[in-house]
Design a protein around this ligand. Structure first.
Ligand SMILES: Cc1cc2nc3c(=O)[nH]c(=O)nc-3n(C[C@H](O)[C@H](O)[C@H](O)COP(=O)(O)OP(=O)(O)OC[C@H]3O[C@@H](n4cnc5c(N)ncnc54)[C@H](O)[C@@H]3O)c2cc1C
Length: 390
């Protein structure tokens, strides 16, 4: 028998999920409800989160590097990882960022390009949340064009010596280990840098009005001396960092829809209870149009995320298709959140409701992991065969 229409699942996508997938989603949603939602407005306002404690809890739930296998990771499917990102970001983009960076940007390169010793040393403690990782690619002068990076890795005897500055690094100030991408004589290489190595320092970036429940830092490397085996042996060139970004972008395809869903639900509820001109504002045609447009884009975005997830599980999702998802879903999510903000009127500018927090967070999500323009150019190249980056 057909189910009644649920505003948050208009197309009955739940029906497309297995029992196991639904169980992962429910577990994460419950944790977010118990652990994140009661505290997040305060964390956001203070610009502080208990990263270390949260990492351990997320690790205990098997969410760190969950789509990898072996070495203490959960070996979950891409769809399960996506559903976890959806629910985490329905809590806050900062919490989803902690998980994305740990799993897709710090653990993934070790798992994919590391030696057996590197995997044994780092992955189990990163999966449990005992060690926090970060990913240093962006530099002050090289954001959308990371291939221009200046951070250098020079050989000195058998050691490597790294010098340079990385900017806007999520979890940088709390990390135990940084994956740092640097230019060597052979091309771009990835290095595993324990953050207590002499010469490695960080400065947290303050006064952010977006992603406040996430630590963002500058990494400074001054003659950081590393042993020969600190380099990731299995990759040279930009395909190393780009393949990590592809993993994290996939999580954002889902996560952005979590933020959008939270804002849609908040606006829908508000519209049914806020009375103006003697009736709920949800009874006005103009408000219904907004709510319907939000719901249509939300559910299209969720369908797209699930489609890409199934493709990824069949090992046939191309980077351009992930760009399609990141471009569409973040763009639509931010529009949904902005529309929701308007429906809440003055209440929409406070942290009493989740809306402006999500809206502001999505400004960072729009910029990191490839801006709207970068994904447009990736798709433009795929369509025309002409490279507009050159
Ligand atoms: C909160 C936060 C967390 C982050 N975390 C990390 C992290 O963990 N690790 C990491 O390495 N980086 C991280 N970043 C950095 C992020 O990836 C970069 O900010 C992003 O790549 C954009 O670089 P940029 O800010 O230097 O902007 P720029 O590259 O200077 O771009 C500025 C504007 O120009 C546009 N533009 C650039 N080139 C073109 C072009 N060819 N055609 C048209 N338009 C163009 C861009 O789309 C953008 O609108 C983070 C950023 C933020 C805000």
């Amino acid at each position: 028998m057909a189910k009644d229409l649920s505003p948050s699942d208009l197309l009955d996508l739940e029906h497309l999920l297995s029992d196991e997938e639904r169980a992962v989603q429910d577990t994460v949603r419950e944790w977010v409800g118990d652990r994140v939602l009661p505290e997040i407005a305060d964390w956001f306002e203070a610009g502080e989160i208990p990263s270390r404690q949260l990492a351990k809890e997320l690790g205990a739930m098997g969410l760190l590097g969950m789509h990898l296998d072996g070495y203490g990771t959960a070996g979950a499917s891409a769809v399960m990882y996506g559903l976890a990102c959806l629910e985490l970001e329905a809590g806050d983009s900062g919490i989803r960022s902690l998980v994305s960076v740990q799993g897709s940007l710090a653990m993934f390169p070790i798992w994919r390009f590391g030696s057996e010793e590197q995997k044994q040393e780092w992955l189990p403690k990163m999966a449990s949340g005992e060690a926090i990782g970060c990913f240093g690619l962006t530099e002050p002068d090289f954001g959308s064009n990371p291939a221009g990076m200046r951070t250098s890795a020079k050989k000195d005897g058998s050691d490597w010596v790294l010098n340079g500055t990385k900017m806007w690094i999520t979890s940088g100030g709390v990390a135990d280990v940084a994956i740092v991408w640097a230019r060597s004589d052979d091309g771009i290489r990835g290095f595993i840098v324990p953050t207590d190595t002499p010469g490695f320092t960080t400065n947290d970036i303050h006064k952010k009005i977006s992603l406040r429940a996430s630590v963002t830092s500058e990494l400074i490397l001054e003659n950081v001396r590393l042993p020969e085996d600190a380099v990731l042996p299995e990759v040279t060139g930009m395909k190393g960092p780009l393949s990590c970004l592809n993993e994290a972008r996939y999580g954002i395809v889902w996560g952005s829809m979590g933020a959008a869903r939270a804002c849609f639900e908040s606006a829908l509820e508000y519209s049914k209870t806020r009375v103006q001109f003697d009736r709920p504002i949800g009874g006005f045609q103009l408000t219904q149009r907004k709510l319907v447009d939000m719901a249509v884009e939300l559910h299209k975005g969720l369908l797209l995320a699930l489609h890409l997830g199934r493709m990824k599980d069949e090992k046939r999702a191309l980077p351009e298709q992930v760009s399609f998802g990141k471009l569409n879903n973040v763009r639509e999510a931010i529009d949904i959140c902005r529309e929701a903000r308007g429906i809440l009127g003055a209440s929409g500018v406070t942290l009493e409701y989740p809306v402006i927090r999500h809206m502001n967070n999505l400004e960072s999500v729009l910029t990191y992991e490839g801006t709207t323009e970068v994904h447009t150019l990736i798709l433009g190249k795929a369509l025309t065969g002409l490279d507009a980056f050159q």
